[in-house]
Design a binder for this molecule. Structure first.
Ligand code: GLY
Length: 401
């Protein structure tokens, strides 16, 4: 028996209905509202503990997702008093992001887009806040400092003069919309030029022959050419980390949105096809695509990967021919149906998150991560689940990325 279904099998699966989208979104907005008491002056960490996030400070690469949930709730709230409460909370968090970037607290990495797009770019687009705009431009300025002209990429982590850190990672594609936004807003093309170079380098090296992707790619500091691929959070170097593949799906969609390069639609399809051929029966991936049906005793799912992939497919559908657009938006609706049926939180007593069974980092003998958030709610899973619901409820939604 195969451990994975095939892309063709997915044709039989059900799509989420309009009523289910509405019901799920209403619950999500209420869940965010309930959390405002704990999480206006504080932020949830990357992952829950037994289903519950704890309040902490604005640090790490993940706090922007919570503020993003607040802005999605602001947009989806039916009543003015709720909108007012979400707006107040969102703008309070913008103050915190402004402090963080002004004081350069925990910002020496490439994650400026993950942090500042769903928080400050969203706030600027929705409220016109000048403080949010200023914070997001400072963040773009911080991000471009990580550009290496030799190799033409934005370095992910660590000190910029250490050859052992001379690498980019697939996730970074989602940091780049911040740079496009900064160029559009300041009319200075330098941010966009760097984003374009980074996209080009990523596309050149990230795909493997079988259409799975590297999580991280090291370049040669002397020549700028490919040195080797490796993983940090996947099972092992040659395996396909589920979330990396999902970042590749959404990342190629935003790369196409900003560059209009036709070949990125092909890359998107190749990355998506690999993902869709490595799913277990309920179509929510295990944390690494190596695993499939039969592995559930030892291996957790990563529900966030399905939510990210759904958003990427809905985004890319906007730019495809009618047939492809219908195909990928239908798959996105099927991912959302699977999350709706088997993974979403339906009772605030059970969890203060949105979707269960995410995995941040699972340690193996072959990877380099620290174990954290295994089989828990993870904050970007919650955010992208709400983003996908918002996209389905309002196809005209103006994206934060
Ligand atoms: N960007 C890190 C992660 O997806 O876990």
């Amino acid at each position: 028996m195969s451990r994975w279904i095939t892309e063709a099998d997915i044709a039989q699966y059900k799509e989420i209905t309009e009523t289910e989208v509405k019901q799920a979104l209403d619950f999500s907005v209420k869940q965010v509202e309930k959390n405002l008491t704990d999480f206006t002056d504080h932020f949830p960490g990357p992952a829950s503990f037994d289903g519950f996030y704890k309040p902490g400070e604005n640090k790490n690469w993940t706090t922007g997702f919570w503020t993003g949930e607040i802005w999605l709730s602001y947009e989806n709230a039916a009543e003015l008093k709720d909108k007012t409460a979400f707006r107040h909370a969102g703008l309070t968090q913008v103050d915190s992001f402004h402090n963080r970037i002004s004081q350069k607290y925990d910002v020496d990495n490439h994650d400026m887009g993950f942090l500042f797009s769903p928080s400050c770019v969203a706030a600027y687009k929705l409220t016109g806040s000048e403080k949010a705009k200023e914070a997001a431009i400072l963040a773009a300025e911080q991000l471009v400092k990580r550009f290496h002209p030799v190799g033409e990429f934005l370095q992910a982590w660590g000190s910029m003069d250490d050859p052992k850190n001379y690498r980019f990672i697939i996730d970074c594609l989602l940091n780049l919309p911040l740079l496009y936004w900064a160029s559009e807003t300041t009319e200075d093309s330098k941010y966009r030029d760097i984003a374009e170079k980074h996209i080009h380098t990523t596309m050149k090296y990230i795909l493997r022959e079988d259409d799975s992707t590297w999580h991280t790619v090291f370049l040669d500091p002397e020549t700028g050419g490919f040195s080797h691929g490796s993983t940090c959070q996947g099972y092992k170097d040659g395996s396909a980390w589920a979330r990396g593949q999902a970042w590749g799906i959404y990342g190629t969609a935003v790369a196409y949105k900003y560059t209009g390069r036709e070949e990125y639609i092909e890359y998107f399809k190749r990355i998506a096809t690999y993902f869709l051929n490595h799913l277990p029966k309920d179509i929510i991936p295990f944390w690494d695509l190596t695993f499939g049906d039969g592995d559930e005793i030892t291996e957790p799912r990563d529900s966030s990967s399905a939510a990210i992939a759904a958003c990427g497919m809905l985004e890319m559908s906007k730019y495809m021919n009618e047939k492809d657009a219908a195909y990928y938006s239908s798959i996105a609706r099927k991912f959302m149906k699977a999350l709706y049926d088997g993974y979403r939180v339906t009772d605030s007593e059970q969890s203060n998150g949105q979707i269960l069974h995410g995995t941040y980092s699972k340690k193996t003998p072959y990877n380099t991560c620290t174990e954290e958030g295994v089989d828990e709610c993870i904050i970007w899973g919650d955010y992208y689940y709400m983003e996908a619901l918002t996209r389905l409820s309002n196809p005209e939604w103006n994206i934060y990325w």
